[in-house]
Write a protein that binds this ligand. Structure first.
Ligand code: AMP
Length: 208
């Protein structure tokens, strides 16, 4: 099994959902920079205070804030790791390459129109970070997380105005990583459409 996996793909492509499933079923440690940053904002830490403004507008948080944080989390992780939302720039990918070899860069490919409906109809759990979709993957009880019972919310950056900017930021800063990992021979692209289980069966094969 591949031991270091990077999840690529635009916001809303299913990185969190598929990463969570891989970690539940195959025991990977999933490290999500987005989840870490949201927690820092909620807890009002120094990092959270610095990151909030960037996140609210859909911009990327500066590399120096993210790289140090991730280096530490990766060093602490045991067993296989899944990096969800990192790297998002070539500078971050170079910093990661100094620390370890990426075995697989999994690129989830989804068209823009689909991403917009997915993101604007997404609801998230502030407690355990589970994600739902109001139509495709609703919680069993409206507004309540199936996994931990917390009240679900809509992320500020999942509102339509910000979503458009996040997609633009993705194209400009993160899309070049597809060519970056292709050159290294570790890229696998999977169409991120269909049911969660259909996509997962392809993801699981790529990981073997
Ligand atoms: P996500 O939950 O992955 O969509 O991330 C939410 C927001 O956190 C992004 O829009 C960025 O503002 C910030 N963020 C997450 N990961 C990174 C990263 N690797 N580099 C810079 N900013 C990030």
């Amino acid at each position: 099994m591949k031991s270091v996996i990077v999840l690529l793909g635009p916001p809303g492509s299913g990185k969190g959902t598929q990463g969570e499933k891989l970690s539940e079923e195959l025991g990977y440690t999933r490290l999500s920079t987005g989840d870490m940053l949201r927690e820092a904002v909620r807890n009002g830490t120094e990092l959270g205070k610095k990151a909030k403004e960037y996140m609210d507008s859909g911009a990327l948080v500066p590399n120096d804030l993210i790289i140090g944080l991730m280096k530490e989390k990766i060093a602490q992780a045991k067993g296989g790791v899944i990096l969800d939302g990192f790297p998002r720039t070539v500078e971050q990918a170079d910093a990661l390459a100094e620390q370890l070899d990426v075995d697989l860069a999994l690129n989830l490919d989804v068209a823009d129109e689909e991403l917009i409906t997915r993101l604007t109809k997404r609801r998230s759990c502030p407690q355990c970070n589970a994600v739902y979709h109001l139509v495709y993957n609703p919680p069993k009880s409206e507004g309540v997380c199936d996994k931990c019972g917390s009240a679900l919310y809509q992320r500020d950056d999942d509102k339509e105005e910000t979503v458009t900017n996040r997609l633009k930021v993705y194209r400009e800063n993160t899309m070049p990583l597809i060519a970056y990992y292709e050159k290294k021979g570790t890229l696998v692209t999977i169409p991120g459409v269909g049911s969660i289980d259909e996509i997962y069966s392809k993801v699981e094969k790529a990981v073997q």
